[in-house]
Design a protein around this ligand. Structure first.
Ligand SMILES: Cc1cc2nc3c(=O)[nH]c(=O)nc-3n(C[C@H](O)[C@H](O)[C@H](O)COP(=O)(O)O)c2cc1C
Length: 291
């Protein structure tokens, strides 16, 4: 139901009239925590919310976003090699064009660089006609460091990070109620030119091409399917041993889930490289809300 609160050309909406959809992919669970914080904050403020775990959604039609009424889609991804996960971008690219669609991208990043992930998501939302009302990058433990006691980004997101996420929710709801202007997408392009250039050159696909392929030790593998179960990208087929498809995002969940240690992988060289990068660039502020 369109509301009073008219400002400029924009109309505000009463809280109950706006449907909120929080969609995310979270191989290691941190982006899920941020998505849950958003969902809880929205509900606590009386909003109507649905959440969608893109790792569990059936392929092809995980939508549930329709043209009826104003809809605000919150889209969350971890930063992988300077960008959002391809599956999250594909989700945004498949969103229906709505007359009254709003978008809020959010990313978690592991203290190396948040790259262009928010910018990519913001542009993709705008390309579908969703007006971007706010965005956040949230510092998180780096999921490549699952096997060490002192991971990069240890302890994050902490209470302070999550309180900023709640501030994002308040800011977005305030904008919806008051009909305030969308975010200027250029503000999501916050990287200094040197990092922007590096991020433009970087991608998960290119990084995968440089990495050694996942190697299966068939002598150890019992074809139990734990790897397929753990894979958030639907990339594992059992035939009867696991085969890793092109959807693999190198999250390492299969390596961690394998009860037989049949997917040997030593992340130490990668970790050294990532620590050096984090020390060199020292991106600040680590957690940031843009409204
Ligand atoms: C393959 C891979 C690539 C990653 N690339 C980056 C990156 O470019 N910059 C960064 O700061 N963190 C990077 N990370 C760390 C994740 O962005 C971070 O840990 C995130 O919070 C994970 O989210 P999740 O727990 O929802 O999976 C990467 C992690 C993995 C596994």
């Amino acid at each position: 139901m369109p509301n009073l609160g008219v400002r400029g050309d924009e109309r505000g909406y009463v809280m109950e009239a706006v449907r909120h959809k929080v969609a995310y992919l979270s191989p290691s669970g941190t982006t899920r925590r941020v998505a849950e914080t958003i969902g809880e904050a929205l509900r606590a403020r009386g909003a109507v919310v649905e959440t969608l775990d893109l790792g569990k959604a059936t392929r092809g039609g995980p939508m549930g976003v329709s043209g009826a009424g104003p809809t605000c889609v919150w889209v969350g991804s971890p930063v992988y090699v300077h960008h959002p996960l391809p599956q999250v971008l594909q989700f945004v690219e498949g969103l229906p064009v709505l007359r009254r669609g709003f978008g809020v991208p959010f990313v978690t990043w592991g203290a190396a660089t948040s790259g262009l992930a928010l910018w990519d998501l913001g542009l993709a939302l705008e390309a579908r006609g969703y007006r971007v009302l706010g965005a956040a990058k949230v510092l998180a433990v780096h999921s490549t460091f699952w096997n060490v006691p002192d991971p990069l980004g240890a302890g994050h997101p902490d209470a302070e990070d999550l309180s900023r996420v709640e501030a994002l929710v308040d800011g977005v709801l305030g904008k919806l109620a008051a009909g305030a202007r969308p975010l200027d997408a250029a503000s999501l392009d916050y990287q200094p030119p040197s990092m922007r250039a590096i991020s433009e050159e970087s991608s998960l696909e290119r990084a995968k091409a440089r990495m050694a392929p996942l190697r299966l030790d068939e002598g150890r593998c019992s074809a139990c399917g734990a790897c397929r179960e753990a894979c958030p990208a639907g990339a594992v087929e059992l035939a009867p041993y696991p085969i890793f498809g092109p959807e693999c995002i190198r999250c390492g969940r299969c390596v961690q889930a394998c009860p037989e240690g049949a997917l040997p992988f030593d992340p130490a060289p990668l970790q050294a490289h990532i620590r050096a990068m984090a020390a060199k660039y020292g991106e600040e502020p680590a957690t940031r809300v843009l409204l």
